[in-house]
Design a protein around this ligand. Structure first.
Ligand code: MTE
Length: 310
């Protein structure tokens, strides 16, 4: 079947791998065609309407089961194990204020709903590869991080974007562990932050993002190990010098700044050659840049330098 968007393989809705997304996506197209003259929109609770025909998709792996993806999580604020979903429900995600600060024309603080009223949400099916060697394939919804960067109007001197998670040890018992450098922070270069793949996520599986996955807003940078994809963000800070991030402060030789997925560069304590897709019995080979090399390798001038892969 010919694709309406033939230039990019990930844009073929026919190649969607999940029956649920396929059915939901086609239904959205059909109702959209009749009711909206071609705009494939379906209403969504909470944060507006999201077209459920993904802009990016994954054609070689099945979508991860929703229950698994939303209940097997890393969110150290709520515990250093995977079953944090129940505890994370304690986080109040409305009202939610976001700060834009540092090297910008004007520092701003705004309510997340004011931001969401201004951006067009879209769906993207991405691979997600945790540094611990498990992975999943998830239908995120949200909007490009580049759009937030544009709205922030950074100064020319800004070279990095630092993102910060909420800090509230009364709600998040993990933050009482004083040996961790709370709040969780992550950072990207401005070139990475404005790459079209860098995505701010507000929903998943066609629903508002559950707290376990980083509600109300988290990052997805699918070519990097999952720890770069910071959850429950409250601040975006533009800076000139490369910051030390949460995991770098804890163990920089294990969780470096770049953290691009590469099966050839082992973690100091385990191989990165294979990964366990959640819900599957067999392990599968890990791909360089998690399969997104064609679109991101140019960001890293010397690919022989292992620093980009730590
Ligand atoms: N963000 C915060 N604030 N706290 C965390 O502990 N864990 C990271 C990342 N973002 C983490 C975080 C890690 S290690 C991974 S693999 C992903 O979130 C996990 O995302 P998921 O639980 O939605 O699969």
């Amino acid at each position: 079947m010919p694709s309406p968007l033939p230039s990019r393989p990930w844009q073929l809705p026919e190649r969607l791998v999940t029956p649920e997304a396929l059915v939901f996506g086609r239904r959205a197209v059909l109702t959209g065609l009749s009711a909206l003259g071609g705009a494939a929109l379906v209403p969504r609770t909470g944060t507006g309407a999201v077209p459920r025909v993904p802009i990016w998709t994954v054609d070689d792996r099945k979508l991860t089961d929703e229950k698994l993806a939303t209940t097997y999580n890393n969110f150290y604020e709520f515990g250093s194990h995977k079953q944090i979903a129940k505890a994370a429900e304690a986080l109040k995600t409305r009202p939610w204020t976001i700060r834009i600060e540092g090297l910008v024309e004007r520092e701003q603080t705004f309510d997340i709903d004011d931001l969401l009223a201004k951006v067009a949400l879209e769906e993207r099916i991405y691979r997600h590869r945790c540094v611990e060697a498990w992975s999943m394939v998830v239908p995120w919804s949200g909007f490009p991080l580049a759009e937030l960067v544009a709205r922030a109007r950074p100064l020319g001197s800004a070279k990095y974007l630092v993102m910060q998670t909420f800090l509230d040890a009364r709600t998040a018992p993990g933050q009482r562990a004083f040996w961790y450098p709370w709040p969780y922070t992550e950072a990207l270069t401005i070139a990475e932050a404005t790459h079209e793949l860098a995505f701010l996520v507000t929903g998943v599986y066609g629903k508002p993002l559950p707290n376990s996955m980083g509600a109300p807003i988290r990052l997805a940078v699918p070519w990097k190990y999952g720890f770069k994809s910071i959850k429950s963000i409250v601040a975006f800070r533009f800076v000139e010098n490369r910051p030390k991030t949460f995991w770098e402060e804890i163990a920089d030789h294990e969780y470096g700044f770049w953290a691009n997925v590469n099966p050839d560069v082992p973690h100091p304590r385990w191989s990165q050659r294979m990964e366990q897709l959640l819900g599957e019995s067999e392990k599968i080979p890990t791909k360089i840049f998690n399969g997104y090399g064609e679109w991101v390798a140019h960001l890293y001038p010397d690919l022989r330098d292992p620093v980009y892969f730590r």
